[in-house]
Ligand binder design. Structure first.
Ligand SMILES: CC(C)(COP(=O)(O)OP(=O)(O)OC[C@H]1O[C@@H](n2cnc3c(N)ncnc32)[C@H](O)[C@@H]1OP(=O)(O)O)[C@@H](O)C(=O)NCCC(=O)NCCS
Length: 194
């Protein structure tokens, strides 16, 4: 399968307990709760964010809902199906068209942690990446101190491929970065329910 034509996912994407859907303006308040939390954003490339920054990002880079070209990133709100509550958000970056490579990112409201929601949501993102966009390989780049995040992708079958010792100057310190990866043929447990 080729990723060359791009891909327009159908929303919402449903999993057993969650909905993944485009981020909308009214998500700002719920998102601010964790995007402004220094602990929650410690290992993500932004923040802590202010109310205005959250609103601005929702209106711009977090509003992409389709993959048209390499470099596009689709961010989706993760909603608890039973309550309609926003519990976090996930992102799939289309890193390379030639190599059919993507990258996942994810964050949960700390109040929703410990229930497997991140694993479930990223699983749906992998279905989208491998089965929808036709990716061959998906990676995760994780600060090695972020053991909760490593746990998410390892539960989904990612392999540890590389460890770059102090390979990244990030938020004012040298950080050791792990690269974990999963190939399309290694991903064989679709979570999306039709
Ligand atoms: C990374 C992050 C999403 C992980 O959250 P998490 O709650 O640990 O991950 P999950 O939602 O998949 O839940 C897994 C936990 O729930 C437990 N769990 C309970 N029910 C479960 C189920 N049905 N399925 C899977 N796990 C379940 C697991 O045992 C695990 O707990 P453990 O780590 O104590 O073993 C969260 O720590 C976070 O948002 N961090 C800040 C943002 C961040 O760093 N993002 C990653 C950047 S690389």
């Amino acid at each position: 399968m080729s990723a060359a034509q791009g891909f327009v996912p159908e929303y919402p994407i449903r999993t057993e307990r969650l909905l993944l859907r485009p981020i909308v303006t009214s998500d700002a308040e719920a998102m601010l709760a964790y995007k402004s939390d220094p602990e929650a954003v410690r290992y993500v490339p932004y923040g802590p964010l202010t109310r205005d920054e959250v609103a601005d990002r929702i209106a711009t880079r977090w509003s992409t809902t389709r993959f048209d070209k390499e470099g596009d990133a689709v961010c989706l709100a993760v909603e608890e199906a039973a309550t309609g509550r926003l519990v976090g958000d996930v992102v799939l970056f289309w890193r390379s068209e030639n190599d059919r490579e993507g990258e996942v990112g994810y964050i949960l409201d700390p109040a929703a942690a410990g229930r497997g929601y991140a694993t479930e949501a990223v699983g749906a993102l992998l279905d989208l990446g491998f089965h929808g966009l036709g990716l061959h390989r998906v990676i995760a780049r994780i600060d090695e101190r972020n053991t909760a995040s490593v746990g998410v992708v390892e539960r989904l079958g990612f392999r540890r491929e590389a460890r770059f010792v102090e390979g990244s100057w990030f938020k004012g310190e040298w950080t050791t970065l792990l690269i974990l990866a999963l190939l399309d043929r290694e991903w064989r447990s679709p979570i999306i329910e039709e």
